[in-house]
Design a protein. Structure first.
Length: 165
């Protein structure tokens, strides 16, 4: 029996260990991590998928800006190597994207393999530029609302930090 839950602070070390296992510790050197540093995750969309308490898959989302518009940056999504091919990544994708739509997000961006992500509706974004050295062919987007990517172009920028109160 699977348990799908919002990632909690108590999950952090286990989630990070799964990301290291799937992507190697050097993953944090990727340009997409510069967009995440010092920015709060979109907590309701950061999910863990467990079976009998054992972590099998995770997904995270972060806010970024493109052309002055708020955008969800999906990633990373990871499935434990012993559980790959079971559709767990698809479960996380479908559930989190449905929740993002429900929460009023309009568009999603990711850097990934088009053959995998097109099944969820993602398409190559020609006018959205991730920080180098990102391969532009891997910059993909999804509209959660019709026309949400129309006219949204330019560099992907870090979400401004909230001012201190």
């Amino acid at each position: 029996m699977y348990q799908l839950e919002e990632e909690s602070e108590a999950d952090w070390w286990e989630v990070e260990a799964l990301y290291d296992l799937c992507f190697a510790p050097g993953r944090t050197a990727l340009s997409s991590y510069r967009l995440r540093e010092g920015v709060e995750k979109v907590h309701p969309l950061c999910l863990t998928l467990r079976e009998d308490g054992v972590l099998a898959a995770v997904i995270r989302y972060w806010p970024v800006m493109v052309g002055g518009k708020r955008v969800l940056l999906l990633g990373p999504v990871a499935v434990h190597p012993t559980r790959q091919g079971e559709g767990l990544g698809g479960i996380l994708m479908h559930e989190s994207l449905a929740e993002a739509r429900r929460l009023g997000w309009e568009r999603v961006l990711l850097v990934g393999d088009a053959p995998y992500y097109t099944r969820f509706g993602f398409e190559k974004l020609d006018d959205v530029i991730m920080p180098p050295p990102t391969n532009p062919d891997r910059v993909l987007g999804l509209e959660l609302q019709p026309g949400a990517w129309d006219g949204v172009r330019g560099p992907v920028e870090k979400m401004p930090e909230k001012p201190a109160r």
